[in-house]
Design a protein. Structure first.
Length: 84
């Protein structure tokens, strides 16, 4: 694991505890909205998620709900396996 500090470290630890976050990626009124962040330890989650994804610490899967496309972000454990 990388030596993250601050919000990146807090969010990564939260993801590694099995938590997930979903973000709407369908153009329209719900675009960019999050679901599942009620217990999230930080605010301003979008740039931190993008950095963790870029660094390979989290992944996402795409799914549809009520006709809208969503991305579910989740952590990758130390061995490179997913925490599904």
């Amino acid at each position: 694991m990388n030596n993250f500090k601050g919000n990146k470290a807090l969010l990564l630890k939260w993801f590694q505890q099995g938590n997930t976050v979903e973000q709407c990626s369908e153009p329209g009124p719900s675009f960019g909205k999050f679901s599942g962040i009620e217990e999230c330890p930080i605010s301003g989650i979008t740039p931190v998620i993008h950095r963790l994804f870029r660094d390979g610490e989290i992944r996402y899967t795409t799914f549809n709900s009520f006709g809208l496309r969503w991305e579910r972000y989740y952590s990758v454990n130390v061995n490179g396996e997913t925490n599904d």
